[in-house]
Design a protein around this ligand. Structure first.
Ligand code: ATP
Ligand code: MG
Length: 556
């Protein structure tokens, strides 16, 4: 029991305590509140796992709420993408909510504050408001419009909402304290005028609520008990509390936790949008993007992302997680679930001179040594095959154990072959090998017990299918692109490499889009949605590590 208690993170401890005191009648209702101004990234996945995870753990509920209070940045496309991503991660929302559905209620609450003398219409421009706000060292200055009568304020607010005034000419501000040590409390703006079409409410409104005013109301209206958010909102909590206290409405508890930061990438929709708009990547779901849609396309599994979040944990302090940690969890997951196939990325033709012409043999191959249930398949073997260019060296250094003139190696699931002749073009490039095979070694071992030092993957040249393979690397060359002056200056120029002439075993024709496959000795791959029947495209999710990692590097 004690041990269990120690392991609980600080949010669980707060909720445990609330349940002991009956603060929220032992109810737990959380929400995940994205603004639909971009696609979700892996940082959001942390929030999703925390929000939905906590609700699940306590037998509560979690809402998916679109925080759609800024019409200029928000789009229906993003709403749909966000829903898909949350589902893909394996979570189900109890209620689907839109902040914009509460615009009328928020307006009525604003009227209540004006009537109480807690809010006023201010005619200062955005710049003037900023300039009179003071600083951490200096108090702010009160607006000359601060002491308008409630009636005047009500009249102006009403006319603001009717569209009588141009954008930026007036705001509704909370009347709190211009000398407050927390800058967020210095008469923050609650509403701004913006004549813009909203994706949900159309032209109904031309005033829109600011985040701090809206968010607590959204939580309160939905009856959220624990409003979980990232650490940058800590300084906003006093304001969150102030609004709800003044209105005397249901008051959720805001709790902040550390954001997820990941090495070699940026996690901000605004920055990711720059990559998309600047054509640095091919859309939000480019497999190099840290978006959930990009990661899905790349071949990440939702299970690996959730497992990663378990390991990241929930804490109060910000830190940067290593992308290698995520990749290692991913490999572990893919190793268990991926079927094995053979594909040659940089083909070198091998002719087996003593193999009967026209003969095709079907050899048995194991689909997944980690999972008996995955069964076996047949792979065709023939006189002409392809091996990986880098699996041959004419003049091999000491530690190179793969194919070389005179040397014998094993072909996976097939035979031992020995290299007898090297054919070159006029420039001296090796273009073809001649080998002999030993029929006695079928299945991979020699009856006389002789050994070989390497096993190569291969495909039958006669039966091979053609594919394009896309190899991805980190999008940024520096581990913390966010701390650079301009994150766009540290892009990795080699983040995408396209191999157009790859050869695959025929069974790869039928794999489904996104289905994870291990190409033996090379890594994990999946079929890209851009594929068609006569143009197959595979994305490399992640290379294999350890022993094969070095070879893999040479191949690329
Ligand atoms: P971005 O800067 O990428 O737009 P945001 O915080 O503005 O992120 P929202 O759509 O407002 O994005 O976020 C929805 C929820 O996701 C918020 O509760 C926010 O705290 C959380 N969130 C966003 N990024 C991260 C992150 N890197 N780690 C943990 N939670 C995050
Ligand atoms: Mg945001």
């Amino acid at each position: 029991m004690t041990e269990q208690k120690i392991k609980r993170h600080f949010i669980q401890r707060i909720i445990d305590e609330d349940n002991l005191t009956g603060k929220f009648d032992n109810k737990v209702l959380t929400r995940f509140p994205p603004e639909p101004n971009g696609y979700l990234h892996i940082g959001h996945a942390k929030a999703i796992c925390v929000d939905f995870g906590i609700a699940e753990e306590y037998g509560g509920q979690c809402n998916l709420r679109f925080d759609d209070t800024n019409p200029t940045a928000e789009e229906e496309e993003y709403v749909n993408a966000i829903k898909e991503d949350v589902k893909w991660l394996g979570y189900h929302w109890d209620n689907l909510c839109f902040a914009s559905d509460y615009f009328q209620q928020m307006y009525d609450y604003a009227v209540q504050l004006i009537k109480q003398g807690d809010a006023y219409i201010c005619d200062l421009t955005a710049d003037e408001i900023r300039n009179t706000r003071g600083s951490l060292k200096e108090p702010g200055n009160e607006s000359p419009y601060r002491n308008r009568s409630d009636d005047k304020n009500l009249d102006l607010f009403n006319r603001m909402a009717k569209g009588e005034f141009p954008d930026g000419s007036r705001t509704l501000r909370a009347k709190i304290d211009m000398t407050h040590p927390n800058l967020n409390m210095r008469d923050p703006v609650m509403y701004r005028i913006m004549h813009a079409v909203h994706h949900n409410t159309g032209n109904t409104w031309c005033i829109y609520p600011m985040y701090d005013w809206a968010h607590g109301l959204e939580d309160s209206i939905e009856g959220i008990t624990h409003s979980l958010c990232s650490l940058e909102f800590e300084d906003h909590r006093p304001l969150y509390d102030w609004f709800l206290d003044r209105l005397d409405v249901f008051h959720p508890q805001q709790i902040e936790f550390a954001r997820l930061n990941l090495s070699y990438t940026v996690l901000s929709k605004r920055k990711l949008k720059k990559l998309v708009d600047g054509d640095v990547v091919n859309g939000w779901d480019d497999p190099r993007m840290p978006t959930l849609s990009g990661m899905r396309r790349r071949g990440f599994t939702p299970e690996s992302i959730r497992k990663f979040m378990d390991e990241v944990g929930v804490a109060k302090r910000d830190n940067v997680m290593e992308i290698t940690k995520l990749e290692s969890i991913l490999r572990h997951d893919l190793n268990k679930r991926s079927q094995r196939r053979m594909a040659v990325l940089n083909p070198l033709k091998v002719i087996i001179t003593n193999y009967p012409k026209g003969q095709i043999e079907e050899l048995k191959a194991v689909n997944n040594p980690e999972n008996d249930k995955a069964g076996t398949r047949q792979i065709p073997f023939s006189k002409e095959i392809y091996i990986e260019k880098d699996d041959f060296m004419e003049d091999p250094p000491k530690k190179f154990f793969r194919l070389a003139p005179g040397r014998e190696v094993r072909l996976r699931y097939a035979y031992f072959i020995q290299c007898t002749k090297v054919i070159k073009d006029d420039d001296g490039n090796v273009v073809e090998l001649h080998c002999t095979y030993d029929p006695e070694t079928k299945g991979g071992s020699a009856p006389d017990g002789r050994k070989v030092k390497a096993t190569l993957h291969w495909v039958s040249a006669e039966k091979a299918i053609h594919a394009e393979v896309r190899l991805y690397d980190r999008l940024f060359a520096k581990p913390k692109p966010d701390s650079e002056e301009n994150f766009l200056d540290v892009l990795n120029p080699d983040s995408l490499k396209i191999l157009e002439n790859c050869k695959c075993e025929p069974s790869l024709q039928n794999v489904g889009i996104g289905e994870q496959i291990q190409f033996e000795r090379l890594g994990y791959f999946c079929k890209d949605p851009d594929s068609s029947n006569d143009h197959l495209i595979f994305n490399r999710t992640v290379p294999l590590r350890d022993t094969w990692a070095k070879i893999e590097k040479q191949i690329n």
